[in-house]
Design a protein around this ligand. Structure first.
Ligand SMILES: [Cu+2]
Length: 351
C-alpha cells in the first residue's frame, strides 16, 4: 500500500514536470526585450486569445510589450474556470439524480466506491493549474516586476539619455498624481511634514527654489494628463496617501495596487507597432498621441467610481520636449515664489 502511494506521488510529480517542459517547448523566439535579448513567447493559440479578448470580453487591444502575456493568462484561466463550472455543474446534477431519496431511501455511510473518475479530474485540475502558474503566471510576474530591470530603467532615467523613465505615482482619494525627476534627473527628497492633499501631495519643501521635479496633480483632465513616451521602458514606483487604491490602465495591461507606506514597482514599455487609431490603422508618427483612461481597481471609498485620470502616450521626442519645458517652468515658478516674500519685505520697509 505504501509503495503504491510512493509510486503515485512519483508519477504525479513526473507528470507535472513533463507537462511544464512540454508547454515550455512550445515557446518560439519573440521580439527583442528591453534588456536587448530575444524574448521567448507562446505563439500557439494567440489568435484565439486575441479574438476572445477583443470580441468576447470587449477589451481594447494591448499596446504594451507584455500585454499579450496578460491576455493569455486571462483567457486560459477563464477557459479552465468555464470547464470547471460545466464539469462540476454536471457532476452536481448527476449526483442529485443518482442519489435521490426514492432510489436511495437510506443514507449510505460509504458513498461512492470507485474514485477513479474524481481522482483523475482532481489531479487533472491540479496539473493544469501548476502549468498555468509555472509556465505563464510566474514568468509574467517576474517580467513586469523584475527588480534588475527596474534598476536598469531607473539608472537610464537618471542618466537622462532617453533610454528609460522612472515615474512616481501617488494615489489619493480620489485622484491620480505623478512626479518626474525633471531636467536634473534627480528626484527631490520628500518630507511628510510638507505633504498635504491639496497642493503638495508629494511633500516637497515649498521653500526650496532649486527643485525642478515635474509634478502632475489630479490628472483628471486631458490637458493635465500623466505623459509617458512610447518605445521606452517606464518604471513606475507607486504608493498611496490614504487607503489602498489600484492603478489600472487597461490598454497597457497594467494594474497594480498603491498601498500606503509601500513603494511598489511595475514596469512596462508601450510598443509603437501596436498603437492604432480608431480605424485600426497604425498611429505612431511624431504628432500622434494616445489618451488612455486610468481607473482605480480597488474599492477605496464613496468616490471610487469617479477616481479616473488620463495617461497620454506620445512620441519619445515629443515627450523629451514636454518634460524639458515643464521642468524649466517648474524651476522658474519656484524661484518666483521664493523671490516674492523678499520683494514684499522690501516694499513694506520702504513704506
Ligand atoms: Cu478606488
Amino acid at each position: 500500500m505504501k509503495s503504491k502511494g510512493i509510486f503515485y506521488s512519483f508519477a504525479a510529480i513526473l507528470g507535472v514536470v513533463a507537462a511544464v517542459v512540454l508547454v515550455n517547448l512550445m515557446k518560439v523566439d519573440g521580439p527583442v526585450g528591453p534588456d536587448g535579448q530575444k524574448t521567448k513567447e507562446f505563439k500557439m493559440l494567440d489568435s484565439t486569445v486575441e479574438n476572445v479578448m477583443l470580441n468576447v470580453f470587449k477589451s481594447p487591444a494591448p499596446v504594451s510589450d507584455h500585454g499579450k502575456n496578460v491576455d493569455r493568462m486571462i483567457v486560459f484561466v477563464h477557459i479552465l474556470m468555464a470547464i470547471l463550472f460545466v464539469g462540476w455543474s454536471l457532476y452536481f446534477l448527476a449526483t442529485l439524480i443518482k442519489f435521490n431519496s426514492k432510489t436511495n431511501p437510506k443514507a449510505d455511510y460509504y458513498g461512492v466506491r470507485s474514485k477513479v473518475g474524481t481522482t483523475v479530474a482532481e489531479y487533472g485540475v491540479i496539473l493544469v493549474e501548476v502549468v498555468l502558474i509555472t509556465c505563464f503566471a510566474v514568468p509574467l510576474w517576474a517580467d513586469v516586476v523584475n527588480e534588475e530591470q527596474m534598476e536598469k530603467i531607473k539608472a537610464a532615467s537618471k542618466e537622462g539619455k532617453g533610454k528609460g523613465l522612472e515615474l512616481h505615482i501617488l494615489a489619493k482619494q480620489y485622484d491620480w498624481n505623478a512626479r518626474y525627476a525633471g531636467n536634473d534627473g534627480r528626484f527631490e527628497e520628500q518630507a511628510l511634514r510638507f505633504a498635504n492633499k491639496v497642493d503638495n501631495p508629494f511633500g516637497i519643501d515649498p521653500e526650496k527654489a532649486d527643485v525642478d521635479d515635474v509634478i502632475i496633480t489630479t490628472a483628471r483632465s486631458k490637458d493635465n494628463a500623466i505623459v509617458v513616451p512610447w518605445d521606452r521602458p517606464v518604471a513606475l514606483k507607486m504608493t498611496s496617501m490614504d487607503v489602498i487604491h489600484s492603478f489600472k490602465v487597461l490598454p497597457l495591461r497594467v494594474c497594480k495596487d498603491c498601498i500606503p507606506g509601500l513603494q511598489l514597482p511595475i514596469h512596462f514599455k508601450v510598443n509603437p507597432d501596436l498603437l492604432n487609431d480608431k480605424n485600426g490603422k497604425p498611429a505612431n508618427k511624431e504628432d500622434d498621441e494616445h489618451l488612455f483612461l486610468i481607473t482605480c481597481a480597488q474599492l477605496c471609498g464613496d468616490g471610487h467610481g469617479y477616481m479616473n485620470g488620463y495617461l497620454k502616450v506620445v512620441h519619445p521626442n515629443k515627450f523629451d520636449d514636454w518634460l524639458e519645458t515643464k521642468s524649466r517652468a517648474e524651476l522658474e515658478k519656484r524661484k518666483a515664489v521664493k523671490i516674492k516674500p523678499d520683494l514684499a519685505a522690501n516694499t513694506s520697509s520702504a513704506k
